[in-house]
Design a protein around this ligand. Structure first.
Ligand code: SAM
Length: 212
């Protein structure tokens, strides 16, 4: 599915978020990346969060299991080491990284708990994790959000060439745990100091944690 989305992925991001997505990636990278440290951007896709982590000074490896996504990432920069691989079986030693980021990716991983435990495993003690993900808003924005995700995003997917695979998005967001539940899963996977903030009126959440 992600191989099919790859040609329109960046365009869809910009259209769906009115161009705010790159700002969220920059904030995510700056939350956990310190200059000179080794950083894994898992589920890197076309590479924008990995590039934000590199801009924040990290020595970044971007990993994804979609060859088509990675091809686009490679075309953007040689400053990041791009690697094909599965977040559920990361090809790195325990404690190999000081920070890890995942942008709009963990929601798609088959086994969320196992993915979070793998990310914990490859982080050194006190290593930092940032997860940027779509979440379900509560309160006044909720009806608008449902209209956007259930009707308009799939419509955009049909109108934009190659965007048909975007019909997957609403279902994947509905299945994914809410903000508190994700924070609990992070704690269960071995992270401490778990915190989150939201963007765009609560539609996107940034969770951070420290490898305990
Ligand atoms: C929605 S894209 C996010 C791309 C990028 N991180 C961003 O900020 O836009 C989700 C990515 O997760 C990748 N992915 C999903 N499950 C994966 C897994 N188990 N291992 C590696 N990559 C995975 C997909 O191939 C896809 O490129």
């Amino acid at each position: 599915m992600f191989d099919r989305i790859a040609p329109v992925y960046d365009l869809m991001n910009r259209v769906m978020t009115a161009g705010l997505d790159q700002r969220w990636r920059r904030i995510t990278a700056q939350a956990v990346v310190r200059p000179g440290e080794r950083v894994l951007d898992a589920c890197c896709g076309t590479g924008d969060l990995a590039l934000a982590a590199a801009a924040a000074g990290g020595a970044v490896t971007g990993l994804d299991f979609s060859a088509q996504m990675l091809e686009r990432a490679r075309a953007k920069s040689t400053a990041v080491t791009w690697l094909e691989g599965d977040v559920l079986a990361l090809p790195f030693a325990d404690g190999a990284f000081q920070a890890a980021t995942v942008g709009f990716g963990i929601r798609n991983v088959d086994d969320l708990g196992a993915g979070l435990r793998e990310l914990r495993r490859i982080l050194a003690g006190d290593g930092r994790l940032a997860i940027l993900e779509i979440t379900q808003p509560t309160g006044a924005l909720a009806p608008f959000y449902r209209l956007w995700f259930d009707r308009i995003v799939p419509l955009l997917g049909r109108v934009l060439p190659g965007g048909a695979a975007y019909t997957y998005l609403p279902a994947s967001v509905r299945r994914f745990p809410g903000k508190e539940a994700l924070a609990d899963q992070l704690r269960a996977a071995g992270f401490a100091d778990v915190a989150y903030r939201t963007f765009a009126g609560g539609i996107v959440a940034l969770h951070t944690g420290r490898a305990a």
